[in-house]
Design a binder for this molecule. Structure first.
Ligand SMILES: Cc1cc2nc3c(=O)[nH]c(=O)nc-3n(C[C@H](O)[C@H](O)[C@H](O)COP(=O)(O)OP(=O)(O)OC[C@H]3O[C@@H](n4cnc5c(N)ncnc54)[C@H](O)[C@@H]3O)c2cc1C
Ligand code: FES
Length: 357
């Protein structure tokens, strides 16, 4: 006689919704299969955007270790939805992002319709579905490029869905990176790619009247651009202050666009920041780290919604300092530009090997 173990059920304590988690599915995968949108970004266990609280039951981490959770967070019952696998029924307290639930996620072949060098190491790429269909997404979401061997490479969409149906990406060259090197050196108009989209939960939150702060680092400007343009199009009356940090002036590759926003929108301020002090001095741009500039201007964050996107070290530092400046966890929305999940998994595996874990 064979015995089938019961399938664990996950209950969301806030809404009361329930779904099953089959086999070794993570909570995030099971929720997605059930059409329920929970927050996530890197899907590798390192960025922390999928943090939730385990109210009842047990989970474990058979894939990547929950690197984004400190000992205190784990002691407080925090789990990472992208890695936690339920062992039996569980109840969790997690934010649901209803706005992304209704948009179908699909795999589609696209053609490169334009390519432009935006900065010395940043390429702008515009894509359109080959079959003439239109892709739908929310501003700030990202797509996965599916490589020939099935691995995925995530990139934020720098525009909202626009009339001509094109999808704009800002791709930074990563030294030693397979896909971005190919984009940088070889990609041309007419090339075809396969993508999966839309993904991610870094999207505008419109159920708030609070003023908004945006912070981008490098190509983290891509999703911030999409979200800011969305609010401009809506004609929002909520004040917006956009910070964009980079090292050199040429890395602020769309600075004129951001200055144009400031001219057009009375409630929008734009502050570029350069970490290279000499270059900042020469260019007449504010010098320092972008999160420090934001905190100098807004030392009390308790009344704001904050959106940020960019390299992991910037995100990590900012999360720590913003929490200490009164920003509640659930009003900080972010995408951390981590490496792809397969690369993260490999790096974490080799680290575990080195440390004999
Ligand atoms: C949600 C999200 C949105 C993103 N949006 C953007 C965006 O809009 N624009 C943008 O420029 N970037 C973005 N990124 C980052 C982007 O996805 C990565 O830069 C990209 O995946 C790199 O791909 P690659 O194939 O070029 O590099 P990979 O081949 O994946 O290599 C990346 C780096 O890791 C090293 N590496 C690879 N394998 C190993 C290993 N086993 N051990 C140690 N090191 C290794 C490589 O040498 C290289 O330096 C985003 C990331 C996320 C998570
Ligand atoms: S840690 Fe789970 S999405 Fe990044």
């Amino acid at each position: 006689m064979s015995y089938n173990a019961p399938v664990p059920t996950v209950t969301l304590t806030t809404s009361g919704k329930r779904f099953d988690a089959a086999g070794d599915e993570t909570v995030l995968e099971a929720a997605q299969r059930a059409g329920i949108a929970l927050p996530y970004s890197c899907r590798g266990g390192v960025c922390g955007s999928c943090k939730a609280v385990l109210v009842e039951g047990v989970c474990d981490y058979p894939r990547n270790p929950p690197v984004a959770l400190g000992a205190d967070a784990r002691a407080d019952g925090a789990i990472l939805l992208c890695q936690a696998v339920p062992r039996g029924d569980i109840a969790i307290r997690a934010r649901e992002i209803a706005s992304v639930e209704d948009i179908p996620h699909r795999r589609v072949d696209v053609e490169v319709v334009a390519r432009r060098e935006l900065a010395p190491e940043v390429v702008g790429v515009w894509l359109k579905p080959v079959d003439g269909s239109r892709l739908n997404w929310l501003p700030g979401q990202y797509l996965d490029v599916v490589l020939d061997d099935g691995r995925h490479r995530p990139f934020s969409i720098a525009s909202g869905p626009v009339d001509d149906g094109s999808i704009e990406l800002h791709v930074r060259y990563v030294p030693g990176g397979g896909f971005t090197t190919w984009v940088y050196e070889s990609l041309k108009v007419g090339d075809r790619l396969t993508i999966e989209a839309p993904l991610g939960t870094f999207v505008p939150r419109e159920d708030s009247e609070r003023p908004m702060l945006f912070m981008a680092g490098g190509t983290g400007f891509a999703p911030v651009k999409a979200i800011v343009e969305h609010f401009i199009e809506l004609g929002t009356r909520r004040p917006m202050h956009v910070y964009w940090g980079a090292r050199q002036p040429e890395d602020l590759y769309l600075i004129e666009l951001a200055r144009e926003w400031e001219r057009r929108m009375p409630g929008l301020r734009f502050t570029p920041v350069l970490s290279d002090i000499d270059a900042a001095w020469e260019a007449g741009i504010r010098a320092g780290l972008v999160h420090e500039a934001l905190l100098e201007d807004h030392p009390d964050l308790s009344g704001f919604d904050v959106y940020m996107s960019g390299p992991p070290p910037m995100i990590e530092l900012a999360r720590e300092h913003f929490a200490g400046s009164g920003l509640p966890d659930d009003r900080l929305y972010f995408d951390s530009f981590e490496l792809a999940p397969d690369v993260l998994a490999e790096i974490l595996r080799s680290r575990a090997g080195i440390h004999g874990l």
